[in-house]
Design a protein. Structure first.
Length: 544
């Protein structure tokens, strides 16, 4: 049985998320694949990452780009074969890179054998899901879906099934002990193949306490019946004690709508549930309740949120991008005059915070949101469903286009820009989704050759973090600072670092607490002792 000491490999790890469809295509069909990932392992090793979080590569019809799984023990032919997957695990291990699989267990695909048998009337498999008779002329309850619309779909036989996401993603019934046995068997299958853990998709909503009507809300009516339930905690504790603790795993949960207190319960080491959690509050800093309706981004609010979570959690999972969010330079930085400076700032900030830093593919070269021409370029099912919901609410096309293009998840799903060629070094074929035209100057090849590029800044910052006791295991404390400037310390027994982040496009006067500037995104000759330039990042050492 693994002990807490044997899990420490992840406590100073840097983890890189790969969205396989968009990472690298090895066979010219326009879709990224496992062979493409294998071909870039040395790139990832050179970058300095310790583990890969791999978005789903399981068999799937692809309605939600792999988050609708039809067979958990098989590989999507678009991505390769099980032999390819085993080769990836083996070759990554040789380079000292671990693989973390995406585990989607709130729902399956409607193509999954279990659901197909349920639709055919098999009583065993009907109880794997939530099938219920309607009430009156409508659904069994008033719950809403995360993707817009109702959370119930009517079957040909006249009853309904529950899906908190797409109708192609029916929710599993975790009250059924057979479901527990099936899923834990799947966990062991992959852990025995050598993966190092899981990123658990929407893990804090898997257990439905009841199917009663919910309090009516603008969105997600019904969430009080499934969000952070006691049954969910009990399930995760069982996963940990009966499966995860038998291996040297790292388990991180995607936890929606959590408060710091919720997250503490889910990730407290003494409760033996998750090792870390992804929270979303900082990603919603510019939204009006739901992400599609924006308000002005204010760096001071981002600082307050990050500080709150740094104080609340022992090991936060820190990130500024993933496959469900827009690109960080669009969200928190500047894609114009200060594109390079702001991308470096976000790198420095992410890798300086206490916790486990996650980097999303392309983030390390400063990739930006997509340059889609219109809604026809969008592939994302969530965006499609929201567009349909807006149509029903009589939003005109120009408004729908603006809201969706600025927020769609596809902004982060355009292919990684490896070079400036027509296929961006991603593919020799027709890419599954439009490649951004700025590949001409934002690409790995050019940035590898430029000593002062964003990519090389990432390499240096990762190396700095790994060699710094304060960043690896030090305490965190925020320091008073001017508006929109984030200053905090990371301090270990033998090292104290002050981290300075000017999150604006304006020069800011600051007070410095040390004079040994050891890292930053300006050459030392340009530093001015009393000022931070626009989007400037500095690490300053101070005597203890």
């Amino acid at each position: 049985m693994a002990t807490s000491s044997t899990k420490k490999w992840w406590k100073n790890a840097v983890i890189y998320q790969i969205y396989p469809r968009s990472f690298c295509d090895s066979n010219g069909d326009g879709i990224g694949d496992i062979g493409g990932i294998i071909s870039k392992l040395h790139y990832l090793k050179d970058l300095g990452v310790d583990a890969i979080w791999l978005s789903p590569v399981y068999s799937s019809p692809g309605y939600d780009n792999g988050y609708d799984i039809s067979d958990y023990k098989d590989i999507n032919p678009d991505f390769g074969t099980m032999e390819d997957m085993e080769r990836l695990i083996s070759r990554a291990k040789r380079l000292g890179i671990k693989i973390i699989m995406d585990l989607v267990i709130n729902h399956t695909s409607d193509h999954h054998e279990w659901f197909q048998k349920a639709l055919a009337g098999d009583p065993k498999y009907r109880d794997y899901y939530y099938f219920r008779e309607g009430k009156g002329h409508g659904a069994p309850n008033n719950w809403g879906s995360f993707f817009g619309g109702k959370a119930w779909t009517k079957t040909e036989s006249g009853d309904y099934y529950l899906h908190l996401f797409s109708k192609r993603q029916p929710d599993l019934n975790w009250h059924n002990p057979d479901v527990y046995e099936e899923i834990t068997d799947i966990m062991r299958f992959w852990l025995d193949k050598g993966v190092a853990g899981f990123r658990c998709d929407v893990i804090n909503i898997i257990y439905k306490e009841s199917l009663e009507n919910g309090i009516k809300r603008f969105s997600l009516t019904g969430r009080e019946h499934y969000l952070n339930t006691e049954g969910c905690h009990e399930l995760i504790q069982r996963f940990n004690s009966e499966v995860w603790s038998k291996y040297k795993t790292f388990i991180v949960g995607e936890t929606v709508m959590v408060t710091p207190d919720d997250a503490k319960l889910l990730s407290d080491e003494n409760r033996k549930e998750l090792d870390a959690v992804f929270f979303f509050e900082h990603m919603d800093v510019d939204s009006r309740g739901i992400k599609w309706f924006k308000k002005k981004y204010r760096p001071c609010k981002l600082i307050r949120i990050l500080d709150k979570w740094q104080e609340a959690l022992e090991v936060p999972a820190n990130y500024f991008e993933n496959h469900d969010q827009i690109r960080s330079v669009n969200h928190f930085g500047n894609t114009g005059k200060y594109w390079e400076k702001s991308a470096k700032l976000l790198c420095g900030l992410n890798l300086s915070l206490r916790g486990v830093p996650f980097i999303y593919e392309g983030e390390e070269i400063g990739m930006t949101n997509a340059d889609f021409r219109g809604l026809r370029d969008i592939k994302d099912i969530e965006s499609y469903n929201i567009n349909q919901a807006m149509k029903r609410l009589l939003f005109v096309h120009s408004v729908r286009r603006k809201l969706i293009l600025q927020t769609t998840r596809d902004n982060a799903r355009t292919p990684v820009q490896w070079d400036s060629s027509e296929g961006a070094g991603f593919t020799t074929g027709e890419p599954w989704i439009k490649i951004n035209a700025n590949k001409s100057y934002i690409n790995v090849q050019d940035e590898s050759a430029d000593e002062n590029s964003i990519l090389n800044f990432y390499k240096k910052m990762i190396e700095f973090r790994k060699n710094s006791q304060a960043l690896a295991e030090g305490n965190y404390r925020r320091v008073a600072s001017p508006n929109d400037v984030y200053i905090f310390t990371r301090e270990s027994k033998d090292e104290r670092l002050y981290i300075y982040c000017n999150l604006t496009g304006f020069t800011k006067a600051v007070e410095f607490y040390g004079d040994n500037i050891i890292f930053g995104n300006y050459p030392e000759s340009k530093w001015e002792k009393s000022y931070l330039k626009p989007y400037e990042f500095r690490i300053v050492a101070s005597n203890i």
